[in-house]
Design a protein around this ligand. Structure first.
Ligand code: DOR
Ligand code: ZN
Length: 420
């Protein structure tokens, strides 16, 4: 006889409006329809059941940067925000630009992460790109086209060769496209004009011109309509560029300092007009300590935390009828998984059984609710809908503020060659 399902979600409103029961076994959906028995049953009446999100752009820190965040606190923050897979960026200390550093990063994640993860390779002229690919790098980059916190930019002269090598592997290059003009970085308005919309779109164009062998490009955290319109590749946008503007705070508030910058209210509104062109929403979760962010503006590091508030802010926008639920699922779960070749989470047989359950009521974000070690959020006071229950591989791993043992997966890139 067939084993009973490990878990059944009953009364799930599946896309299209139909109600169904979802049966899960061994981490995968096995049946959608009417299901009568299972080892654990969760009644989802009155809840939104979403395929859990894949956040393709997080900086989980750890190691020497553990005062900001580490894999344990960062992954807890992800789960509590309905994200079950994070893609870690390689501008760690030390950066992931050689196989040794990459291997120890994988080890760190394996030891400590509560959620599933993928890890990207950094790119410098000396990075053995082919070896990084064989070690399991999921994608290459973010490649910095302008310096940012803990990163060196790849010189434009070195870009074509790097992209050619990535292309030869069938890999994906992810680009942090920015340009900087020299000047005094005294506050949010100055930060915005030193890294302007024009600089951002020119960087996009320069990278595309340097992509002589047509490597697949993904543009990270694009902050302006002008840059998005210039992009020929997949486009990612963050919640901070969608929901924050520099007018919403004091000019000298370094908690809003991030690269690319939080823009004007006018630019923010323009960004929303391109909603349909945005392929992916990712958080660019980049925690820094409160003390670092209290430094004088020019000295404070750039970056804001956001992995835990990303889907909750978007869910509040769904309740407000600003966006549609299928778009949210597409941009936070379906498209990011497809971009990186990660199996999709969803309601069809064979899908990865990662879900987050949301009520239909928003709360006000307070920093104390959140799980990142950094202890602050730029979204304080914003409305958001948090998931009381999160499921990873068919197991409830988060419920009402408590975490339960999980069995995270490392999603390698397609070039992975397992060690003998
Ligand atoms: O503001 C940013 N912070 N932008 C980046 O690209 C890097 C990030 C970080 O790692 O702090
Ligand atoms: Zn970046």
């Amino acid at each position: 006889m067939e084993r009973r399902p490990d878990l059944v979600l009953v009364n799930v409103r599946v896309p299209g409006g139909r109600k169904a029961d979802i049966a899960v076994r061994d981490g995968r959906v096995i049946h959608t329809g009417a299901v009568t028995s299972g080892n654990q049953i969760i009644d989802c009446s009155g809840l939104f059941v979403l395929p859990a999100a894949v956040d393709v752009h997080v900086h989980m820190r750890g190691g020497k940067q553990s005062a900001k965040e580490d894999w344990k606190t960062g992954s807890a923050s992800a789960l509590a925000g309905g994200v079950t897979v994070v893609v870690d960026q390689p501008n760690t200390v030390p950066p992931l630009t050689n196989p040794g550093a990459f291997l120890s990063r994988v080890h760190e994640a394996k030891e400590h992460s509560l959620c599933s993860y993928a890890i990207n390779s950094g790119v410098t002229p000396n990075t053995p790109i082919e070896e990084m690919w064989a070690q399991g790098a999921t994608a290459f980059g973010e490649i910095f086209y302008a310096p940012s916190s803990y990163s060196d930019a790849l010189d434009i002269g070195d870009l074509p060769r790097a992209l050619r090598r990535i292309r030869a592997l069938g890999g994906l290059a992810t680009i942090h496209a920015e340009g900087i003009i020299p000047g005094k970085d005294t506050g949010l308005a100055a930060h915005d004009s030193l890294r302007s919309a024009r600089n951002e779109s020119e960087a996009v164009i320069a990278v595309q011109e340097g992509n002589t062998d047509s490597c697949r490009l993904h543009f990270c955290h694009m902050s302006t309509a002008e840059a998005i319109e210039a992009a020929q590749g997949t486009v990612e946008v963050t919640p901070h560029h969608l929901f924050l503007s520099r007018e919403k705070t004091r000019d000298e508030n370094a908690r809003f300092k991030v690269n690319p910058p939080v823009r004007s209210e006018k630019e923010r509104e323009k960004l929303w007009t391109l909603w349909d062109r945005i392929d992916i929403i990712a958080s660019d979760h980049a925690p820094h300590t409160k003390a670092e962010k209290a430094l004088p503006f020019p000295d404070a590091p750039s970056g804001v935390p956001g992995v835990e508030t990303m889907v909750p802010l978007l869910m509040a926008a769904v309740l407000d009828r600003k966006i549609m639920l299928p778009d949210l699922i597409q941009k936070t779960a379906t498209a990011p998984a497809a971009l990186l070749g990660i199996p999709p989470s969803g309601f069809s047989p064979g899908d990865r059984a990662d879900f987050a359950l949301y009520p239909d009521a928003a709360v006000t974000i307070e920093p104390e609710m959140l799980h990142s070690r950094c202890g602050w959020t730029p979204f304080e006071g914003f409305r958001a809908v948090f998931p009381p229950t999160v499921i990873l591989g068919g197991t409830v791993v988060y419920k009402d503020g408590d975490f339960f043992p999980s069995d995270p997966t490392w999603f390698t890139g397609k070039g992975y060659v397992p060690p003998l």
